[in-house]
Design a protein. Structure first.
Length: 122
């Protein structure tokens, strides 16, 4: 999970660098108009959160389908009766935290990356 989070932060940072490089003139114009760095970073943060939220929800749904299929196919081999409903609920909630944390990490990484990159503008 840690390596996935690090890869997510690196990917978001590289994407932000690319967008800042391609939209340099637009961001400079926004500064001329009077936009603050925090406003520009907030836009990047919200856009990143929306994209990651959809992707994380899709990944979570696919993971649920795969896990359900595996559990169904192994029910004849393994005895799952020892697991109570509390175990299943705790595993489900822990699994649900992964996409939520990914969204939060990506949006914070986007905000910090954009703020750092905008500070380097002339």
């Amino acid at each position: 999970v840690f390596l996935t989070a690090v890869a997510l932060v690196i990917a978001v940072n590289l994407i932000c660098k690319t967008i800042i490089a391609t939209e340099h003139e637009t961001i400079s114009l926004l500064h001329v108009i009077g936009a603050e760095d925090l406003d520009i970073a907030r836009h990047f943060q919200m856009h990143t959160a929306h994209i990651v939220m959809r992707s994380a929800a899709t990944g979570f749904a696919v993971a649920l389908i795969v896990i359900s299929t595996l559990l169904y196919s192994t029910q004849h081999i393994a005895d799952l009766s020892a697991l109570t409903w509390e175990h299943w609920i705790s595993v489900g909630l822990a699994s649900l935290l992964v996409p939520v944390c990914a969204t939060i990490i990506a949006s914070i990484a986007a905000r910090l990356s954009v703020l750092r990159l905008i500070k380097m503008f002339p």
